[in-house]
Design a binder for this molecule. Structure first.
Ligand SMILES: *Cc1c(COP(=O)(O)O)cnc(C)c1O
Length: 498
């Protein structure tokens, strides 16, 4: 254990009487808190000097791995660089000090940001209008499905309860459909990793509300049959839903609206460079075709006679499907602001380079490594691809071992054991930002690990060796989470090393 990197808890560094603060003189007189509200005993807070506090938290922050520390090829998560200018704009007091209940005429600038992003995303995706209200990708999916359901119901088409989801879909797709009260029907993939049109046909009928698709799909493959699929689904009266969490490969090359999709959600916290991980905050805007605009949730920003206005929901305080309200206000404004900054920084011309570069980087890594790693589906990929473990199956080295060994070399592991179509899946997504040097460095290390797997497998099996913590027992952590400090102290004494 590296004691510098993985130090004590701040409570363990405490010494009674040490101080790292001095309070200013009280200029306001004395306020007494009623005895019934006062503690009986002082709170047990850590008492440390300033340097100890600074070093403790600085060292903790260095234990974190982020895009700013190193290469982070986490497939399906689009860990792209979040330009610092986004952060700078998002900390401007003229934005951060706004209150959501302020009158429209005092927040025209903020409303212009919202409106501008609605327009930009509509134009990037080929949709007619966009809501920025949803707080995450999954929330966008739920919103999109609610819109679809409201649309069918408004036409008296109440039998449509089925949502078709490919077996390669992100887990949130079936989950969102279920939460929306719809029935999930799975469609299989062909051995080439694409939606099986022959498996799809018998599932279609007048009970289908929608088909949810990701394109390129979770294997990083472009669904080339998409025009036929859209036609089949539309012919039976269903709508096409596009999971655009990872729109990166399409930026500048293709638009879901042109492929026949009616509803789409995006993850601003993936494709549009706002930081993610750790559960938020995020934003999952939803775009729709013209006939669905009346079902978009509110509040929604519109522009009339050069001024920005907010269309409010019918009943101010009700969250419901009928009311089409999915958020308290206009969405996660500072996430929206970062995404808009990103789009304006790149501009129409440079945003077109994102998709092709992300695709080039992924294909380059795939081709460089396929002699050592099993590539179950040959051919061109888009922004990401999947290996099925090491090619040499005799070493006994698993995808988990490779992922752990990568940490020793200073790289974040790819997404592993997802998608579920292969047993040893390793999903690699480099994004467009990485230089050839960085990518070549990663390729070298992946080759080196394959060599170690053959020659010194125990070294790989025992990895990581250089990180503050070795392999954690994630099952134990999930089954017996230790959530309090006191318990942690007792438990680490009895289960040291756990
Ligand atoms: C990340 C992701 C989602 C879910 O997004 P959240 O913001 O985590 O809810 C949905 N679909 C795909 C394909 C994703 O990669």
């Amino acid at each position: 254990m590296n004691s510098k990197l993985y130090g004590n808890l701040i409570f363990e560094l405490s010494h009674p009487g040490r101080r790292a603060y001095s309070l200013p003189k009280n200029r306001f007189g004395c306020h007494t808190i009623p005895p019934s509200l006062r503690r009986e005993k002082d709170a047990e807070l850590p008492e440390c000097d300033e340097m100890t506090v600074v070093r403790h938290y600085t060292n903790l922050s260095e234990n974190n791995f982020g895009v700013d520390n190193g290469f982070y090829p986490l497939g399906s998560c689009t860990m792209k660089y979040n330009p610092t200018i986004n952060e700078e704009i998002a900390t401007l007091p003229s934005f951060t000090n706004l209150h959501p209940e302020q009158p429209e005429e005092t927040v025209q600038g903020a409303l212009e940001v919202e409106y501008g992003l609605q327009q930009a995303l509509a134009s990037i995706t080929g949709m007619d209008d966009v809501t920025l209200n949803p707080y995450a990708g999954a929330h966008g999916e739920l919103t999109g499905l609610m819109i679809i359901r409201s649309y069918h119901q408004s036409r008296g088409d109440n039998r449509r309860t089925k949502v078709i989801v490919p077996d390669s879909a992100h887990g949130t797709n079936p989950a969102s459909a279920a939460v929306c009260g719809l029935e999930v029907v799975e469609v299989k993939s062909t051995p080439e990793g694409l939606v099986d049109v022959n498996d799809l046909k018998p599932l279609l009928g007048d009970d289908v509300a929608a088909m949810m698709m990701t394109n390129p799909n979770t294997l990083g493959l472009f669904e080339k049959d998409i025009p036929e699929i859209a036609e089949l689904v539309h012919a039976c009266g269903g709508l096409m839903y596009y999971d655009g969490a990872n729109l990166n490969p399409l930026l500048g090359t293709a638009r879901p609206g042109d492929m026949g999709f009616d509803v789409i959600h995006l993850n601003l916290h993936k494709t549009f460079s706002t930081p993610h991980g750790g559960g938020g905050p995020g934003a999952g805007p939803v775009g729709v075709r013209k006939m669905l605009i009346p079902f978009l949730p509110k509040p929604h920003v519109i522009k009339t006679e050069g001024r920005f206005m907010v269309e409010q929901p019918r009943q101010e305080d009700t969250y419901s499907v009928e009311n089409n309200r999915v958020s308290s206000y206009l969405g996660n404004f500072l996430v929206i602001l970062r995404a808009y900054t990103y789009i304006l920084t790149l501009g129409k011309e440079h945003i077109k380079e994102v998709g092709p570069l992300a695709t080039l980087n992924a294909n380059y890594i795939k081709e460089c490594l396929k002699d050592d790693y099993e590539l179950p589906i040959e051919g061109l990929c888009k922004h990401e691809f999947v290996f099925n473990g090491l090619k040499d199956k005799t070493t006994g080295i698993t995808t988990m071992d490779v992922a752990k060994r990568l940490l020793d070399y200073g790289y974040h592991a790819p997404t592993i054991y997802f998608p579920l179509l292969f047993h040893e899946a390793m999903m690699i997504e480099p994004t467009e930002n990485e230089s050839k040097d960085t990518i070549d460095g990663f390729v070298r290390v992946m080759h080196l690990i394959a060599k170690e797997a053959r020659e010194t497998p125990d070294l790989v099996k025992g990895a990581p060796h250089n990180t503050p913590i070795g392999r954690v027992d994630d099952v134990l952590a999930a089954k017996h989470p230790v959530l309090t400090y006191r318990q942690l102290l007792n438990d680490t004494q009895s289960e040291s090393g756990a």
